[in-house]
Structure formats: C-alpha cells, structure tokens
Design a protein around this ligand. Structure first.
Ligand code: AMP
Length: 221
C-alpha cells in the first residue's frame, strides 16, 4: 500500500490527478477541501463555521481539518493507499498526519510537489467547473463542457463552479499557500520524501510522471 501527498498551490491540478489515481489504482482520495464543502452543503454546524473563512480564501483551523482526516483514517478501508489532496497545508498539520499514520502502522511514501507558475493558476482557477454528479473536472478553455451539456464521464447535466474561484479569493489563497503551505516543501525534502513534477504539462504527461514516481521507475528529481 502506497500513501501519497499531492502538494501544490490552488489550481496546480491536485484534484484532477487524484481522481485519475483513484480510477487507475483504486487509491482513496482524501481532500479536506471536498470534506469541508460537503460539510457546508449539508448544513452542519462545522460547515456553517467555516463557510466565511473558505469564501475569503483563508485556511480553516488546523484543529478542524486534522479532526476530519483523523475520522477518515480511523474508518480505514484504503487497501490501495491514500492520496492526501489539499492536506496537510501547515506544519502542525504535517506533524499531525505523521503521528496519525504512525498510530495506524502506516507511513507517507511519497510527497509530490506540483510545480506551476502563478499566472497559469489564475487562468486555470477562473475557468474551472466540475460535474455536479461525479466531480469530473472541466475548464472553459482547455476542457470545455461538451456542446450537448452532458458530462463525458457520467452524462450528468449539472455543473458547479466553486464560490472561492474568483480573483480576490485566489489572491488570498495564493498568499496562504506561500506563507503557510510552501514550508512543507522543505519539511518533506528534509525527510527525503519530496519529488517534483511539472504541473504545467498535459494532464496525461503529469499522470505519467506521477506513475513513474509511484512505480519507482522515475529518474532522480
Ligand atoms: P481546496 O479545495 O483544497 O482548494 O480547499 C478549499 C478551501 O478549504 C481552502 O481555501 C481553505 O479555506 C479550506 N481548506 C481545505 N483544506 C484545508 C487544510 N488542509 N487546512 C486549512 N484549510 C483548508
């Protein structure tokens, strides 16, 4: 079983690659962003508490997201391994994840940093939408919703745009990434776990680069 962290700023392609790994390898995607959005739309107390923070683009507290991850890990059931997508985002979250994995007799095998430049992120984030039924990811310019208005994967006809995918929120999210999350690059490098991929490459090329890392066939870098 292989456990993987996808690290990168908003719009780097973490969610897209996580979905592909779920399909191709039977891994389990743990996205704290998705968990928080679910909590919001199901109207839980926690969802109400975090809504404003998320819309502004700030990070919700470590306590909340660590609690969500702890719950999922304790529920078990990831024979194919976990993909951590959007978690950890702070050093305390990284320490907590290490401790939780240790308690379960597991470990993080790879941390993959998806490298992209800021201008590309603005373009990617401002054009994106997802299928409301299956979560398939679309982009106005690079992967438009088909002309018949049906999702290529499931045929669904409703599509969602995230409330925080706007220029103001993105600016705050990028700042949060550089201030709070990017130190994790050094943290995991020091642990010998960090690998980088070019997040600006085609989706298939990024997948191939990730597969080579997971399969141990990638060169150093
Ligand atoms: P994402 O879908 O990963 O871009 O996350 C959307 C929003 O959820 C973020 O902008 C934060 O407000 C919140 N969020 C998601 N994951 C975390 C995390 N690990 N720590 C703190 N806040 C998070």
């Amino acid at each position: 079983m292989t456990n993987l962290i996808l690290l990168g700023p908003p719009g780097a392609g973490k969610g897209t690659q996580a979905r592909l790994l779920v399909e191709s390898r039977g891994m389990v995607q743990l996205s704290t962003g998705d968990m928080l959005r679910d909590a919001r739309s199901s109207g839980t107390e926690m969802g109400r508490r975090v809504a404003e923070v998320m819309d502004q683009g700030h990070l919700v507290t470590d306590e909340i997201v660590i609690g969500l991850i702890r719950e999922r890990l304790n529920a078990g059931g990831a024979g194919g391994g976990y993909i951590f997508d959007g978690f950890p985002r702070t050093l305390p979250q990284a320490d907590a994840l290490g401790a939780l994995m240790g308690e379960l007799g597991q470990r993080i095998d790879h941390v993959i940093a998806m490298q992209v430049d800021d201008e590309a992120l603005v373009d990617r984030v401002s054009g994106r939408s997802t299928c409301g039924t299956c979560g398939e990811v679309y982009h106005d310019r690079t992967r438009p919703i088909p002309g018949d208005g049906r999702c290529v994967t499931c045929g669904g006809t409703t599509f969602k745009r995230r409330g925080d995918d706007n220029a103001d929120s993105l600016r705050v999210r990028l700042l949060a990434y550089y201030k709070q999350t990017s130190p994790l690059v050094g943290y995991y490098h020091a642990k010998g776990l960090l690998r980088g991929v070019d997040g600006l490459a085609d989706i298939a090329d990024v997948s191939a680069a990730i597969a080579a890392i997971l399969d141990g066939t990638a060169g150093p870098g």
